[in-house]
Ligand binder design. Structure first.
Ligand code: HEC
Length: 473
């Protein structure tokens, strides 16, 4: 599919990238707000004083975000907690809730850290004991995604541009596949996702999603998807599956989105917002959308926006920030995505046809500098996440576990995070009934996959390697 619409005005995007890079030098706005308004009674380290401790995880007056926001806004007049509804905006109050959640989590992580598994040692979790086993310990550069082929080979993308092969004996071949598309490793971009066609044994198609440099330029890129075949360790037969018009290419290096998943004869994939907030609410622009196309890139006639002349017809859902996990539940073919929020508000979403996921109108997060983003966490006509992580786990990589090595985990979702946590999520009747942190500290988790052998594979950066979880019972 090709998108041909023009739009001017990308300079603001470049500014966003600039402000992100100077982040560390800037004061934390929400910390300033806390010190000014709250520390006199709750202590500069949240330890309490005239008011209670705000970081110990005990919430006497209600532990939901809503209850905490209500205390701040209406106060507790009988106890001496002032009401802030007249002096602070809803946005500022939300930023304080996010801030207090960050403090609560760091106290909790210090007092009872999640498991930090050592190679080969059994770790007990709620339902299974597991061990971490190294699959590929060295030789990869920023591996991003892993795909399994029916003959036992595996493919791994490397963000700087490589497509690597692990042969059926488990050996990483020294050279990348020759002749794969040129990419630019612009910020978070590069060679990103890889997926094999569900009919690979018959058609041999491999799908690659990557940041495509604008013809003749080095500094502007946009997500592109191609498919091709590998013959004699070389990339051949390439066809374009998805590409946008040149106007949408930008020098902003953030939020490519990217993941691809096949289900019921369709290919689903993500284009992140690429730094352009409101554009994600505009169906005429490719940013911040999840797409559904046929495997050759053509548009299914019953896609939700095909009747809208202005809309990009491949769009399946919109209002996304930067989802980087996409998985399908084989039992009911429901599609799930994990999404990076800003500072706070990472999401686990059930992706419904035509639905609006609300970015940046609703969010559980605030801006990176601690300034408020929105006071709204829900709104009529916008989907709420099934689960949100505040503070953010930097959600990346998602799989629905379909193996048989961990029977009690069957059909649970496993979500990785660049901050190092692996979460096990159980969904029942469209509700999250469990969210267990299985491990942390192995590195930045880029991708999580169920292997055809039933083991759970994890692609890591810093250090760059691939490990898997095997039963330890
Ligand atoms: C003049 C003192 C004072 C100031 C200023 C103050 N608080 Fe409080 N706060 C209290 C008291 C007293 C309580 C009730 C403590 C208790 O129940 O033991 C309280 C309770 C709370 C609670 C409920 C805690 C729980 O366990 O459920 C929250 C949340 C809270 N304050 C947040 C804030 C925030 C955020 C600010 C700044 C915007 C703030 N407070 C400013 C005195 C204050």
């Amino acid at each position: 599919m090709k998108i041909g619409r023009s739009f001017l005005g990308v300079s603001y995007l470049a500014l966003t990238a600039l402000s992100l890079s100077s982040l560390s030098a800037r004061p934390d706005k929400v910390n300033e707000l806390y010190l000014e308004s709250c520390a006199s009674c709750h202590g500069s380290k949240f330890e309490g004083g005239m008011g209670g401790n705000l970081a110990d995880g005990f919430w006497k007056h209600g532990e939901s975000d809503h209850a905490i926001a209500r205390v701040i806004s209406q106060g507790l007049p009988d106890l001496g907690m002032p009401a802030y509804e007249k002096t602070l905006s809803a946005e500022q109050i939300r930023s304080l809730v996010v801030f207090l959640r960050e403090k609560e989590k760091s106290t909790k992580t210090q007092s009872s850290p999640p498991p930090q598994p050592k190679e080969g040692r059994a770790v007990k979790s709620l339902e299974h004991s597991y061990k971490v086993e190294t699959v590929i310990g060295s030789g990869l550069k920023t591996p991003w995604s892993l795909a399994f082929l029916p003959d036992g080979c595996r493919l791994v993308t490397e963000r700087p541009g490589g497509l690597r092969v692990i042969d059926a004996d488990g050996k990483l071949l020294p050279d990348p596949v020759a002749g794969t598309p040129r990419v630019i490793e612009l910020g978070q971009g590069g060679m990103l996702d890889v997926a094999a066609s569900p009919d690979f044994a018959k058609d041999g198609w491999i799908y690659l999603a990557f940041s495509d440099p604008l013809e003749g330029e080095k500094m502007r890129a946009m997500l592109k998807i191609v498919r091709g075949r590998i013959r004699d360790h070389a990339w051949t037969d390439e066809e374009v599956v998805f590409q946008t018009a040149p106007d949408f290419y930008t020098s902003n290096g953030v939020h490519f989105g990217t993941r691809m998943v096949f289900d019921s004869g369709y290919l689903y994939f993500i284009v992140g917002e690429r730094g352009g907030k409101m554009e994600v609410q505009d169906l005429a622009r490719p940013n911040g959308k999840i797409y559904r196309v046929f495997p050759d890139g053509t548009i299914p006639p019953d896609n939700p926006f095909t009747a809208d002349k202005n809309a990009i017809p491949g769009i399946w859902s919109y209002g996304h920030r930067n989802p980087q996990g996409l998985a399908t539940d084989p039992r009911d073919h429901a599609i799930y995505a994990t999404e990076h929020g800003p500072r706070g508000g990472d999401e686990f979403n059930l992706i419904r046809k035509g639905a609006n996921y609300g970015w940046p109108v609703i969010s559980h997060g605030m801006n990176y500098d601690g300034s408020p983003l929105t006071g709204l966490t829900e709104k009529e006509g916008m989907e709420k996440p099934l689960l949100h992580w505040t503070p953010s786990i930097a959600a990346c990589g998602l799989t629905c576990y379909t193996g048989d090595k961990f029977p009690k985990w069957k059909y649970d979702f496993f979500a990785g995070g660049l901050r190092g946590e692996l979460h096990r999520i159980r969904v029942q009747k469209e509700k999250v009934v469990a969210d267990e942190i299985l491990l942390s500290d192995l590195g930045r988790i880029r991708d999580v996959r169920t292997g055809p052998d039933g083991f759970l594979y994890i692609v890591l950066n810093q250090p760059d390697r691939i490990v898997r979880l095997v039963p330890a019972e």
